[in-house]
Design a protein around this ligand. Structure first.
Ligand code: PEP
Ligand code: MG
Length: 575
């Protein structure tokens, strides 16, 4: 549904896209961290002192904040980063330059700060040094925070429990910390249904509406809101009838969820087994895992190890992370190598024109061999302690040569560990994400080189329909059950069966009723999804016979549009 606005007397309804199911009613908490383009603004001579004072105040506030953060951190590496940031803020060179711009050019303090840091950043970029790359990220971060402070646009640290956050977009790590504050819901102006924040919101059970254009403006004039994460609706300042309606639906959904969790068997009505696994990324998700009773981890995203605190965790910290995940959820665990790029951040500072078509996943890993080797060794070490449970998954493969390279690296990592006297599991399966159409189209050739496939429908949809998965302007084109995507899934499954390797689906499509029913109907009986979706999908798959799904899957392949697939599914369910 396209974004639209309609107004009644007191309340305002904004429709966006369904990000994560659920209802929330609460006070609004706006996070508007956008730094307006900082352009030069002339100031009067008698304002010079004031602008210099604003710089001093901002500097002091940021330093205090960093000191406090440094105290709270108990790992050495993070504390070092904070200390380095502190040194930058207090660097006399920075102050000198900022003052020069204010005094000599008579330009405002926000521009002076912005300009000063941009010049430093440019100099570091020109030096081309590896070591300085990290510093650039620090400088950009400090620049933005200082600009916000001098403009008095403070970032509040805590959202009140039960509040609904309205923001432009949010990183998964920020969402995790707001989740710990007990927020009730999230509304983002940007992002699509498979954007990273939406995926995490689903997993944590936070109702979320995405692609909600103009939400920030509406929020700035409202006090509270009611949101429906399934319909993608946000009502600002809802009247009492609306609140009653939303609360009633919230109650019904909670009762539904409870009943779904009591659902017994992982098998169809005629006794055919299926497997439902979890997609997880953060340790915080593990505590909630038991409620959904997944049969293992079908996708462990590992990017939080890189971006959580902006640097790659040490070998030991990686081992601890993987071990914690394996202990938290029983059964097999498919650990995906770093899938950097696209909307998941980059370790490079130069911007790419098309990041989703750029230096992503395996492409980055094969260029950053040390990072790849460290991760492989860490995973393989953990696999040695949990024999038979760990599988390794490679993201964003598009050409066959990449597979050979990664296999060599994996074998090398195994012999390094053995030489170091570390126990390994020699039969750790190596698999591919099927998320680029070239792999689905040549699936049989790829299948001969690996042990399993995991179909990533988020990216497969993005690359098949040429639609940026996070772009709110074209979100109606992001159709993961478009028959073209279903055909590629079908081809991949047939090739995997012919080559006798396992195949599962781990994109968000697997967590939608329509998707799970079609995928199962096409013959793929292992699905991995956000934790929250498991009880619902279990209920659906156990309510029909295997042949019912097969008929649906075959019928869907003969259609031409996502709308037709939706209608087919609606009719099928009514039968
Ligand atoms: C996918 O692309 O479908 C997938 C599961 O991976 P991610 O969403 O992390 O890109
Ligand atoms: Mg992907």
């Amino acid at each position: 549904m396209m974004n639209e606005m309609s107004e009644s007397k007191e309340s305002l309804l904004i429709t966006g896209q369904a990000g994560s199911r659920g209802i929330a009613v609460g006070d609004i908490y706006v996070i508007d961290t956008t730094i307006a383009t900082v352009s030069p603004r002339q100031i009067e001579e008698d304002a010079v002192i004031l602008h210099k004072q604003r710089f001093q105040n901002a500097k002091k506030e940021l330093t205090d904040e960093l000191v406090q953060m440094g105290r709270e951190l108990n790992d050495r590496n993070s504390a070092d980063i904070i200390e380095a940031q502190q040194q930058i803020v207090e660097d006399p060179e920075v102050e000198k330059k900022v003052y020069q711009i204010i005094e000599k050019k008579r330009l405002s303090v926000d521009f002076a700060v912005y300009q000063t840091f941009c010049e430093f950043i440019e100099r570091l970029k020109e030096s081309g040094s590896e070591l300085f790359r990290q510093r650039i990220i620090d400088l950009e971060d400090i620049r933005d925070r200082l600009v916000r402070l001098v403009c008095d646009k403070r970032e509040e640290q805590k959202a009140k429990e039960g509040s609904i956050i309205v923001t432009k977009e949010m990183s998964p790590t920020d969402l995790i910390s707001y989740y710990e504050n007990g927020i009730a819901g999230l509304v983002m102006e940007k992002g699509g249904v498979t954007s990273h924040a939406a995926i995490i919101a689903q997993s944590l059970g936070i109702p979320c509406v995405v692609s909600s254009k103009n939400a920030l403006k509406a929020a700035s004039e409202a006090k509270n809101a009611a949101i429906d994460g399934e319909l993608g609706e946000v009502v600002f300042d809802p009247d009492s009838d609306t609140i009653l309606r939303y609360r009633a639906r919230q109650k019904a959904l909670a009762a539904d969820a409870l009943q779904l969790k009591q659902q017994a068997e992982f098998e169809t009505r005629d006794g055919f087994p299926f497997r439902l696994l979890a997609n997880v990324e953060f340790e915080e998700e593990i505590d909630k895992a038991v409620e959904s009773s997944p049969q293992g981890v079908g996708l462990l995203r590992t990017e939080s190890l890189l971006f959580g605190r902006r640097f790659q965790k040490s070998f030991e910290e990686q081992v601890a992370f993987y071990t914690k995940m394996l202990k938290g959820i029983e059964g097999p665990a498919t650990i995906r190598l770093f899938d950097v790029g696209g909307d998941k951040g980059s370790i490079r500072t130069n911007k790419e024109a098309n990041p989703f078509l750029g230096w992503r996943g395996i492409r980055m890993l094969l260029d950053e061999r040390e990072m790849l080797r460290k991760q492989l060794r860490a995973i393989l070490k953990v696999a040695g302690s949990y024999p038979g449970r760990v599988k390794i998954l490679v993201p964003m493969v598009s050409v066959i040569e990449e597979v050979g390279e990664i296999r060599k690296e994996m074998e090398q990592a195994q012999s390094d560990l053995l030489a170091g006297g570390i126990n390994i599991d020699e039969s750790v399966p190596l698999g591919l994400m099927v998320e680029v159409p070239s792999v689905a189209l040549s699936a049989f050739e790829f299948a001969r080189e690996v042990d399993f496939f995991s179909i990533g429908t988020n990216d497969l949809t993005q690359y098949t329909l040429a639609v940026d998965r996070g772009n709110e302007d074209i979100c109606t084109l992001f159709q993961h059950y478009n028959p073209a995507v279903l055909k590629l899934i079908d081809m991949t499954h047939k090739a995997a069966r012919e080559a006798d390797i396992e195949v599962s689906v781990c994109g968000e499509l697997a967590g939608l009723e329509i998707g799970a029913a079609c995928i199962f109907g096409l013959g793929i009986h292992e699905l991995s999804m956000n934790l929250h979706s498991i009880p619902r999908i279990k209920k659906l798959l156990s309510s029909y016979k295997k042949t019912d799904f097969e008929a649906l899957g075959q019928d869907a392949l003969r259609l031409t549009s996502a709308k037709e697939v939706q209608e087919l599914f609606n009719d099928w369910k009514k039968r």
